[in-house]
Write a protein that binds this ligand. Structure first.
Ligand SMILES: Cc1cc2nc3c(=O)[nH]c(=O)nc-3n(C[C@H](O)[C@H](O)[C@H](O)COP(=O)(O)O)c2cc1C
Length: 214
């Protein structure tokens, strides 16, 4: 598979098979991803992988939070306002999903709440003293993980819903206070029978976002 093929075949997987992912598989993916660029090679990523009983405890903790209607408090705040362009792009997501997946889209919230039934979640943290530049590095690292995963037959979804309750994550993953939770990536084998995974989100025409000056 070449790079363009990998870029084209990555998409968010929102339903995983119960099949576990081996630690060696995950290590191979994470080892490939450290080739991501970072400011002055600062490599800000600190990774906590939740699997097995630990992930089950996190899922249980989240289930309780949802039952209690606990206030979500992701450590990477949501923007106060979205740009007009972002709103325009976002608006297409739900109608496109309904078009491609029909009623299955109703499972979207439940799948998010059950952490997509993933057998493993990669949580990426960075030191709180770092700036937005390091968040840029984290993004490059996250995409590298998601592309390297494809090479090994694994699927992924990066999700804010995996990050909603940091107290649960900090307790179960023993995350030190100096680190900020940035993003979680659920990883595993895609449930190809679930129609929600057949959804390929659209992209706006390239001339809406790219300007050439010659
Ligand atoms: C920072 C970030 C947060 C996201 N949060 C969620 C989420 O909470 N739930 C979800 O189902 N998808 C989530 N996604 C996946 C996006 O919806 C998805 O990447 C986008 O719609 C484009 O689709 P694609 O990944 O299939 O190409 C998130 C993606 C990113 C990068």
């Amino acid at each position: 598979m070449n790079v363009i093929e990998a870029l084209n075949s990555r998409h968010s997987t929102r339903a995983f098979l119960p099949k576990p992912v081996g630690k060696e598989e995950l290590l191979a993916v994470l080892e490939a991803a450290v080739r991501a660029p970072s400011w002055a090679n600062s490599q800000p990523w600190e990774v906590f992988v939740a699997m097995g009983d630990t992930l089950e405890s996190i899922k249980k903790g989240y289930k309780q939070k949802y039952a209690d209607k606990a206030v979500a408090a992701p450590e990477t705040p949501r923007p106060a306002n979205w740009s007009e362009a972002a709103i325009r792009h976002q608006k297409q997501l739900h109608p496109d999903m309904v078009r491609d997946c029909g009623d299955v889209v109703e499972q979207f919230g439940a799948l998010n709440q059950s952490m997509f039934n993933a057998p493993a979640v990669i949580y990426i943290c960075m030191d709180k003293v770092l700036s937005e530049w390091s968040m840029y590095d984290i993004g490059a690292y996250a995409q590298s993980i998601m592309l390297a995963a494809i090479e090994r037959g694994l699927s992924t979804v990066p999700a804010i819903t995996l990050m909603l309750y940091p107290d649960v994550l900090r307790r179960e993953l023993k995350i030190p206070d100096n680190l900020q939770l940035t993003i979680g990536i659920a990883i595993g084998y895609a449930d190809k029978e679930n129609k929600i995974n057949s959804f390929i989100s659209s992209r706006s025409p390239i001339d809406e976002t790219v300007r050439f000056f010659e």
